[in-house]
Design a binder for this molecule. Sequence first.
Ligand SMILES: *[C@@H]1O[C@H](CO)[C@@H](O)[C@H](O)[C@H]1NC(C)=O
Ligand SMILES: *[C@@H]1O[C@H](CO)[C@@H](O)[C@H](O)[C@H]1NC(C)=O
Length: 632
Amino acid sequence: MASVLQLLLLASTASTARAFYLPGAAPHNFIQGEQVPLYVNALTPMLTAHPGKEDAKLKSLINYDYYNPRFKFCQPENGPNKQPESLGSILFGDRIFDSPYDIKMLENNGTCRTLCTETVTAEDAKFINDRIREDYALNWLVDGLPAAEMKIDPRNGDLFFDMGFNLGMDDGDYYERPALNNHYEIVLRYHSPAPGKYRVVGVLVWPSSIGGSQDGTATCDADPASPLLLTEDQANTIRYTYRVTWNQSDTPWATRWDNYLKIFDPRIHWFSLVNSMVIVIFLCVMVSMILLRSVSRDISRYNAIDLSEDVQEDWGWKLVHGEVFRAPSNPMVLSIMVGNGAQLCAMIGVTLVFALLGFLSPSNRGSLATVMMVCWTFFGGIAGYISSRVYASFGGTERRKNAFLTATLLPVVIFAVVFLLNLFLVGAGSSGAVPFGTMLLIVVLWFGISAPLSAVGAYFGSKHGGVSHPVRVNQIPRQIPPAPKYLRPWAAALLSGILPFGAAFVELYFVLSSLFASRAYYAFGFLALTAGIVGLTTATVTILFTYFILCAEEYRWHWRAFLTGGGSAFWLLAYGLFFWVSRLQLDSLSSAILYLGYLLLLVIFDFLITGTIGFLASYWAIRRLYTAIRID
Ligand SMILES: *[C@@H]1O[C@H](CO)[C@@H](O)[C@H](O)[C@H]1NC(C)=O
Ligand SMILES: *[C@@H]1O[C@H](CO)[C@@H](O)[C@H](O)[C@H]1NC(C)=O
């Protein structure tokens, strides 16, 4: 057991460590005096622990453009320029612009400089104060590295780089209004691999609030006793100042991300994760052993009875041999769901392989989402193929309709949800809404590549036809006796969903935090292991439940297997609501709707993926089972 644990830990840490060092991303060598551009990204709400208060809670889910006119941040002379971004980066809310900060490699060390002076109306001051109360953070990028605030973990006193830094301070105990940070102490860490060559290996920002007179020459010295409090009944003048300090560092370029990512690997979570994996593996082995033993006992008993006695007495699952391959109700819908689920499975699998090989490092912004989108697009063929074969196995005849719906149904549902969420984002003035151009690109990807590939897949699928069945279907359906309570569809789905959910819920916490609290996710080793375990558990548990219902002479297993496999989605939904209560404090309606919308999409994906795994595993097992017995 211990060595298994060690092995798992080793495998996952090795793969996560490799994930940071992206092959192919070349370092940028600066020379002295070269301009170091500072880019600004959208403002995001941040999990901030307030001293003396209970756990940090996220207060909003809405991003704002840095150059949203209500913030009145200093702009470059010719107006802000949008920077090119990948598809995934845009989808995940990045909106990167250039900035007026004048930073030159190793120059103006420690000089206090004024960026600009702006006037903010009373109305906008209220807007800014509200955002400070919601713990919004600024996100800057220098040479691909996010600007971070050095913080102390209140639990263990460790220093860590927290990506993003606060827009202001909301210290209700001292001041009646939040203080706006108008001074940035920027510490750029550089590494010099060779004389005259410099690389940026760390970006730290200490924001502070400097009150008092906002005109005249700035000193950049913050007086904690007089922060800048914006009044909400008259116009305010804000002077933005900054000071750049160049600090030499021993960190080589290759490991510059480690400081950022070291933070959120609290050992305890990792160990509990490994622990739950071991438990689940143990359960899986047990379940499969029970299953194998009782089935092989059944089989030898059937075959023995068959040989020695004239009157064969069928019972249990053998009784329904003439029924198991009877087509389920709504074969069209089921086959479409299985096809789309298979497409999503393949997408997740390949994305995880990419992540494990280290292609999705955080320095490649949005690469994860980009790879997912591209995989999903190109795996349209898998959906078409699987869907049409499953449909043919059910004896379906409307092949064209099946191919068409497989290619369109799920994308249309997703588009509808995303479109609705977009409306709310636009209404809230957020920058998070997917831009029209990106929407168009996705439609082109889907319409131009995914849908045709799905049609091609469907063509080959129907050419190969359905899977052959080892036993014939009776003419007249059997009566079905009432099933015990725990085998009722919903009870079985909830019961069977516990195991895969139990294997995943620690990792799920990290995934949800990174999705909603814009934290970088990097533990792909663990994620891949967890995904593998979830797949395995789902398959085993579904086979077990399918066996039980067949023993109870309930032969309508197709939909039941899908539902039982997808059982973890209900737990995911419940956990998502629990996460909302425990980690979020969403005051605005649009944030709440956004959260529910994203959660709903996650639940749909989970249901399709695990349901498909359960269905295909049960199909495989049932074919094996009924091939093994002899039927006269
Ligand atoms: C910049 O100033 C800081 C102290 O203010 C000093 O520690 C650092 O070495 C200086 N960097 C350079 C490149 O001179
Ligand atoms: C520069 O780095 C040294 C050690 O690497 C550290 O002690 C010092 O505080 C840093 N200076 C600033 C301004 O961050």
